[in-house]
Design a protein. Structure first.
Length: 195
């Protein structure tokens, strides 16, 4: 068992989020700023912008194991078969290096007929990537594009530092369910990840 270092989940480690909401347990990345969310309090818009399409945790480390405690919120529609669990993609130095999903977290049930919603609280879960090479590397953990995710804790077996912003131009797009990637196979195959 590795000697774990608990690293605060800090907004400096996030990419792809325009805003961060602090919670009692961690942070929730948002793709719209708070002032926009307040101006347009539509439940569908709020659910969609909170889904983490294009959002990732990025850091530099020599860690061979990484644990990320999360509280995902999966949306299910009454009378419709549930979607698969959201995937978390791991990239090491910009290349795909693994993927995993976790069971647990909150479930938001939406009745499309009445537009009512019911939140079924669930426990936090741990996303784990292990067996990584011990040399220095840049790690990106891409969050599921179909779930809102509260980031609670990051644990590694080596120190972590923020990856400096490379000053690269970023395309900001508020598009549709297609560009969000709600039917993409994984977080790194969504339009925000590829564009």
């Amino acid at each position: 068992m590795p000697d774990w270092i608990t690293v605060p989940v800090d907004p400096r480690l996030l990419r792809g989020a325009l805003d961060v909401e602090r919670t009692a347990h961690g942070i929730v990345p948002h793709r719209l700023p708070a002032w926009v969310r307040k101006q347009f309090p539509d439940p569908y818009l709020c659910r969609a912008e909170a889904q983490a399409s294009g959002v990732r945790l990025v850091f530099r480390t020599r860690a061979t194991a990484v644990d990320l405690d999360v509280l995902p919120t999966k949306t299910v529609f009454k009378g419709v078969p549930p979607s698969p669990e959201g995937l978390y993609d791991l990239c090491v130095d910009g290349r795909p290096a693994g993927a995993t999903s976790v069971s647990g977290g909150n479930v938001l049930t939406v009745d499309l007929v009445t537009q009512s919603e019911h939140l079924h609280p669930g426990p936090p879960v741990t996303v784990r990537f292990a067996g990584l090479a011990p040399e220095e590397k840049d790690i990106a953990i891409w969050l599921p594009p179909t779930e809102a995710v509260e980031l609670i804790a990051l644990r590694t077996d080596a120190p972590v530092e923020a990856v400096p912003d490379r000053g690269r131009r970023v395309w900001l797009h508020h598009g549709s369910s297609i560009s969000q990637g709600t039917t993409a196979g994984s977080p790194t195959t969504t339009w925000p990840a590829l564009a």
